[in-house]
Design a protein around this ligand. Sequence first.
Ligand code: SR1
Ligand code: MG
Length: 418
Amino acid sequence: QDEYRILHEADLRDYLAGLPEVAARLGGAPASWSVGEVGDGNLNLVFIVKGTAAGVAVKQALPYVRLVGESWPLPLSRSHYEYLALTHQARLAPGLVPDVLHHNEALALVVMELLEPHIIMRKGLVAGTTYPRFVDDITTFLARTLFLSSDLAVSAAEKKEGIAAFAGNHALCKITEDLIFTDPYRVAEQNRWTQPWLDATAAAFREDLDLHVAVSRLKLKFLNAPEALIHGDLHTGSIMVTEGETKVIDPEFAFYGPMGFDIGAVIANLLMAYLASAGHERSPGERRAFETWVLETVENVWSDFAREFLDLWRTQAEGDAYPRTLFEGDAGAARLEAERQAYMARLFEDTVGFSAAKIIRRILGLAHNIDFESIEDPKRRVVCEARSLRLARAMMVEAASFPTISTVTKAAREARNW
Ligand code: SR1
Ligand code: MG
């Protein structure tokens, strides 16, 4: 059994050389492999190793939050949950997550196929790139991972075992509970925003009791709704893309939680890409085409997800919820179908709320994103951020004004002109 140590490049080369399958995949002598640490995320080390035949990506958890440093310890066990989630998602949504080649729990390390020439979707969006396969793939990922791990698809016993398997990932959940649902609404040392322009908005958010109630309801849902195995951090930095392929990475925040948290994360990050677009250098034609694509994508993410989820429910409802014997005959079938529609309406409401929370945390909380941060001129950036905050506040507090996805995109279009 290995003892945990932070791997350095030479150390990692020796370690991989001792894994026959990985070494054979890489090809050539270990001394010829290139090894580089490339991680730019908030938590972990990420190495890319290239041999003569292929490459691999190696992710190692650090015993602390990389973004902040050793003063913020974080359990290494997140690597175990990431491995569990990746392997489970690979069964539920084949082809949409990277292949895992090796996992060492003691070293908190996962070796995966190298995704090449994929790039992090957020970087592509900041560059104004559109992704024709994205909607199909992400909706399949969402519908299959969420439906097929829910009480609609699995027995109560299997569901409870799933919840138990991820229950220990509470330190990662706590990050979300604090950084997304609490800190942006109170004075917290780690909060930051574009000063001084957003000082007044940040102060208003700290005094806004309507907002505090709305975000606290969402937090309660996050805490007490184990609906499905959720990815838990499904922003566009957790998605790698090419024109023809989409892969969801980094599920270390996975646990059994509310489905709307994952769907809302995808929609929030698209809305931020849309509202940040005005701050990036691009020609008017490019800007129009990109922004049109992003808003169409927001609409299609929800509508295709809902269609795929409902298809699964109509054809693969093997779970203990909604027993078939209670819905026999034409009247039963019609009533069950109406119930499915009501379920989707509730899920949509959750999705809009979580989406808003994910936007607000990226502008007033600790962890920001390059959609806004790469807009160098702070006056230009703050216009995009202020529009996003105003839209997000409305989405969270005025839920009844957002009954459909087109009401969300309409409001985003209006926000673009504020
Ligand atoms: C301290 S961790 C900050 C954020 O990074 C991760 O990607 C999650 O989004 C988390 O909230
Ligand atoms: Mg699909």
